[in-house]
Write a protein that binds this ligand. Structure first.
Ligand SMILES: [Zn+2]
Length: 398
């Protein structure tokens, strides 16, 4: 072999080694990020009182917000870290989980003020070997995460265990509930966005996401975007002109707006602009925990008056201390202001949060609500009854 050929082979081998090493480092990094960002205060399995467990088995559980699709976790496998996977949803007796897609978050993220200059998700996307088109396109990132959910749903059917079923319409949801009531092991999944920066400033991209199965559109996440202001943005403004067109388009498609993370001005603007009830998928209430993204009593009242739905979370930013008792206090306050038809679960599981338990711990939630003096009927509404009634009424019929 000539020296040039040997040299060429050596260079090629080194290049392959570098690529393999980089891939390993990034893959391990994404896994480590998942393990280090999504904690529980107490690891499962969880044991609630017999009274709480028996009520849990008699009601339907719906959670309005989880970010599990962001992480390199096979949803069909049970994990000892993070919050959501199919086995743990099954343990938690969950009927329907909303899966939100996170596509861009600022470095040094905080609740007070973030620009859109930096992005944590690019490296996470590359590390998880997203297709190259999704490395730099937020729209493609959202679509890839939707594809991952669809893939998990398809594989769950082949596995023959618990089935994960995509829900896109009222008819899908009614069919899911009928199957569950007949004792079949099936759990629904509904797609949502965490901010509308994935439409990349274009209304037609909203239609693309709707065609992919997205049904609930969070307008903003941690920074102000082309649609409107974030509670954690720089300007914290209201709806932009594109934002007004987006609201009208979501209304005309019969889909849903999520005002979690919205600036107060954006909340005002959307409530004034939409003809449909809105969702706040994951939040806290200022009555028990002050914070820039937690809802004031006045906001709670207006959202309820419009027929809306508010999901209360379990993490410290929503309820100030991540305990089931603090969650129950927030629910009791929200009910005292908005009535018991408008409050739901909005865990923010896998949203880089620390929660008291994971998705398998729903018996503890029931127990805490019982401890706070709610009736069985009220607990049934908060745990899922309100969300099911709302979604059956407001998702597209078919
Ligand atoms: Zn969020």
């Amino acid at each position: 072999m000539s020296r040039t050929r040997l040299l060429r082979r050596l260079v090629a081998a080194v290049l392959v080694l570098v690529v393999v090493a980089l891939t390993v480092v990034l893959t391990v990094g994404a896994d480590l990020a998942d393990r280090s960002m999504n904690h529980v205060v107490t690891a499962g399995p969880y044991a609630a009182s017999p009274a709480a467990e028996s009520l849990l088995r008699a009601i339907e559980v719906v959670d309005l917000h989880a970010d599990a699709l962001l992480w390199p976790r096979d949803l069909l496998e049970r994990h000892s870290y993070g919050h959501v996977d199919l086995p743990r949803l099954q343990d938690g007796h969950v009927a329907l989980q909303l899966f939100s897609v996170v596509t861009k978050t600022p470095r040094g993220i905080n609740y007070e003020r973030n620009t859109d200059d930096t992005d944590n998700i690019t490296l996470l996307a590359i590390a998880q070997r997203y297709p190259v088109r999704a490395w730099f396109s937020l729209r493609e990132r959202a679509r890839w995460q939707a594809r991952r959910l669809a893939d998990a749903a398809e594989r769950s059917v082949k596995d023959g265990g618990v089935t994960l079923r995509l829900v896109r319409s009222g008819a899908d949801l009614a069919a899911l509930l009928a199957e569950r009531r007949a004792g079949r092991p099936v759990i629904g999944a509904l797609l949502a966005t965490e901010g509308l920066h994935p439409i990349e400033g274009r209304l037609d991209n909203l239609d693309t996401l709707a065609a992919d199965g997205f049904r609930v559109f969070g307008l903003t996440h941690f920074f102000d975007n082309e649609v409107g202001g974030s509670a954690h943005g720089v300007d914290k403004g209201g709806l932009t002109s594109l934002g007004r067109a987006v609201v009208a388009r979501i209304d005309s498609l019969g889909l849903l707006i999520d005002l979690a993370h919205a600036s107060p001005r954006l909340v005002d603007d959307v409530l004034g602009a939409t003809r449909r009830p809105i969702v706040v998928s994951h939040a806290g209430v200022r009555g028990t925990c002050p914070g820039p993204r937690n809802l004031s009593d006045d906001q709670l009242r207006r959202i309820a008056a419009g027929g809306g739905l508010v999901g209360i979370g379990y993490w410290d930013g929503a309820i100030c201390e991540p305990t089931a008792a603090a969650f129950a206090r927030a629910v009791v306050h929200a009910i005292s202001v908005a009535g018991d038809d408008h409050i739901a679960l909005g865990s923010d599981f896998d949203g880089s949060t620390t929660t008291p338990f994971d998705a398998s711990g729903m018996g503890l939630v029931v127990a805490a609500l019982q401890g706070a003096g709610l009736s069985d009927a009220q607990i049934g509404k908060v745990m899922g009854g309100n969300a099911l009634r709302f979604l059956l009424a407001h998702l597209p019929a078919r």
